[in-house]
Design a protein around this ligand. Structure first.
Ligand code: ADP
Length: 446
C-alpha cells in the first residue's frame, strides 16, 4: 500500500542502517527497504575491522596517529586517484565515528593493522570477533530501540522524480506486487555490483569469469535506477579483487590472518610477495604463480591472536596437520622447501627485518601445531567506483549539479578509495558517510 515518510533508504547494510539511525537522531521519520530476506548485505561479511585515526583507543595503547597520516596512507593505497575532498571528510571524521558506534553499544577497542597502513589503526572487537556481525547486532538493537521501520523482501525498482527533485521510490515485494513510498529525501545505500557478472564485465572486461565474495544482492541496481536522473558515475572500472578467497569457492579468508602472521607460498613451497602489500599487488602476484593460486599457511598462534580466524577451521575450509612436514604432504608441496621457507621467516621475526620481501610486520613465528593451509585465489570483492557524491553525500549529475533530495553512501558511491580500497576502509566508509547522508538528508527537509 502506498505510504509516505520523510526519508526512504535503499539498502540495509552498514551505510543504510547508519544513515537510518543518524537521520532518526536528527528527528526525521525513516523507512529502510531491503530486497534480501535478511539485513546486512556485504556488511555481514566484514571481518577485518574499521580504520580510524587519532582515536581514544590508539591513544590509550600508545599509537601515535593523525588524520593527515591516515589521508596519506589511503591516498597511496588508492594510487592518488582518491577524491581528495571525500578523503578529507573520511579521515577527519573517523575517530568521531568510532565514538559514535561505541555510544550505540559497539566495542572497537582492539587495534591491529591491515595492508597499506603505516600504524595500527584497524579497530575491532576486544575478543577479535568479526566486525561486521558485531556492528549488525549493535545496529539491530538500536533500530528496535528507535523503532525504525525496516522492510525486508522489499526491493526498490524505481526512483521517482519531478524534474531534478526526487519524490520517493517504487518498491516490489516478494509476491511481485508494487507500491510507492513518497519521501522528501531518498538515500541510496544499496552497495556495489560485485555479484553482477554482467555489470562487472561491462565496466571492466578483464574480470570476466572471476568468482565473487559478495552477497547475491550486490547487483548494482542503483546504477540502473539513477540513469534517468543523469547521475554521474565515477570510475566504475575500478574493481578490487580480494587476494585470499578459498579457491573455487566464495569464502574469503580475512586479511587479518596475514596481519597476524600468515604467509603465502606457491607450489614450490616458496614465499613470493610481502603478504601485507595492498590487495591489488597481492592478487596480481598470486595470479603469476603456477596454477594461478597460492597457499595461505599459518600456525595455531594466528587464531589464538585473532579469534575471527577460528571459524575457518570449524567450517572445514582449512587443511590441518600436526607438523609442517605433514602439512606439506597434504598440500602437495616439497616439505624441505616449506620448512626452509618457514625457518627463514621465523628468523625475520627475531630481527623484525624481512630481507626477502620487506614485510614490515611479522606478528610472530610459525611454530605452534596444528599448522594450517588453504588454497586461495583472488575473487571480486569490492567495487570502488559508483555514484558521484559531494562531501554532504548529495548525488551529483553529469552537469555537475546536485540531484535535489537524493543522497548516497557506502559501496554504491565512487571516488573515496581511488583505484584500490584498503582493508578496514569499507566499514569506515559506510559509518562515516552513512552518518553524513543521514544527517544532511534530515537537515535538508527541515
Ligand atoms: P554498504 O556496505 O555500502 O552498506 P552492503 O552490501 O552492506 O553495502 O548493503 C547493501 C544492501 O542493499 C544489501 O543488503 C542489498 O541487498 C541491498 N540492496 C541492493 N539493491 C537493492 C534494491 N534495489 N532494493 C533494496 N535493497 C537493495
Amino acid at each position: 500500500e502506498d505510504t509516505s515518510t520523510d526519508i526512504v533508504i535503499i539498502g540495509s547494510g552498514g551505510a543504510g542502517l547508519t544513515a537510518a539511525i543518524e537521520a532518526t537522531f536528527e528527528g526525521a521519520e525513516v523507512i529502510v527497504v531491503e530486497k534480501n530476506p535478511f539485513m546486512g548485505g556485504n556488511t555481514n561479511y566484514a571481518t577485518g575491522g574499521m580504520n580510524a585515526a587519532a582515536t581514544k583507543h590508539q591513544e590509550a595503547q600508545g599509537v601515535e596517529d593523525s588524520a593527515e597520516l591516515f589521508y596519506e596512507d589511503t591516498m597511496a593505497g588508492g594510487h592518488d586517484k582518491n577524491d581528495p575532498e571525500l578523503l578529507k571528510v573520511f579521515t577527519e571524521g573517523s575517530a568521531a565515528s568510532i565514538d559514535w558506534l561505541e555510544d550505540l553499544g559497539a566495542d572497537l577497542s582492539k587495534i591491529s593493522r591491515l595492508g597499506g597502513q603505516s600504524v595500527d589503526r584497524t579497530h575491532t572487537t576486544s575478543d577479535g570477533g568479526a566486525v561486521g556481525a558485531h556492528l549488525m547486532s549493535v545496529f539491530e538493537k538500536n533500530l528496535e530501540k528507535l523503532d525504525i521501520d525496516v522492510r525486508i523482501n522489499t526491493k526498490a525498482v524505481e526512483i521517482l522524480a519531478e524534474e531534478n527533485r526526487v519524490t520517493g521510490i517504487v518498491v516490489e515485494t516478494a509476491d511481485g506486487s508494487q507500491y510507492t513510498i513518497h519521501a522528501k529525501a531518498v538515500i541510496i545505500a544499496s552497495g556495489g555490483f560485485g555479484a553482477s557478472q554482467e555489470m562487472v564485465t561491462k565496466f571492466n572486461p578483464a574480470y570476466a569469469g572471476f568468482g565473487t565474495t559478495n552477497n547475491p544482492g550486490a547487483t548494482g541496481d542503483a546504477i540502473k535506477m539513477v540513469e534517468k536522473l543523469d547521475a554521474a558515475l565515477v570510475n566504475p572500472e575500478y574493481i578490487q579483487t580480494h587476494p585470499t578467497v578459498v579457491a573455487g569457492g566464495n569464502i574469503m579468508i580475512t586479511e587479518g590472518t596475514r596481519g597476524e602472521g600468515a604467509i603465502l607460498i606457491n607450489r614450490e613451497g616458496k614465499r613470493f610477495i610481502n603478504e601485507l602489500e595492498t590487495r591489488d599487488t597481492v592478487s596480481k602476484a598470486i595470479l603469476e604463480q603456477e596454477g594461478e593460486t597460492a597457499f595461505l599457511v599459518f600456525d595455531e598462534n594466528v587464531p589464538e591472536r585473532l579469534a575471527a580466524v577460528r571459524k575457518y577451521s570449524t567450517n572445514g575450509v582449512l587443511i590441518e596437520a600436526d607438523s609442517l612436514a605433514n602439512l606439506a604432504e597434504k598440500i602437495g608441496v616439497n616439505s624441505e622447501e616449506l620448512e626452509k621457507t618457514i625457518t627463514e621467516y621465523n628468523g625475520y621475526f627475531e630481527t623484525q627485518l624481512d630481507t626477502a620481501f620487506e614485510r614490515r610486520v611479522i606478528a610472530g613465528q610459525l611454530e605452534k601445531a596444528p599448522f594450517y593451509a588453504v588454497e586461495v585465489a583472488p575473487a571480486i570483492h569490492h567495487t570502488m567506483g559508483g555514484l558521484k557524491i559531494n562531501t554532504s553525500a548529495q548525488v551529483i549529475n553529469n552537469s555537475g549539479d546536485v540531484v535535489e533530495g537524493l543522497f548516497a553512501a557506502g559501496e554504491v558511491t565512487g571516488g573515496l578509495h581511488g583505484d584500490n580500497r584498503l582493508g578496514g576502509n569499507a566499514v569506515a566508509d559506510i559509518v562515516i558517510f552513512g552518518r553524513v547522508a543521514g544527517k544532511t538528508a534530515a537537515q535538508s527537509i527541515q
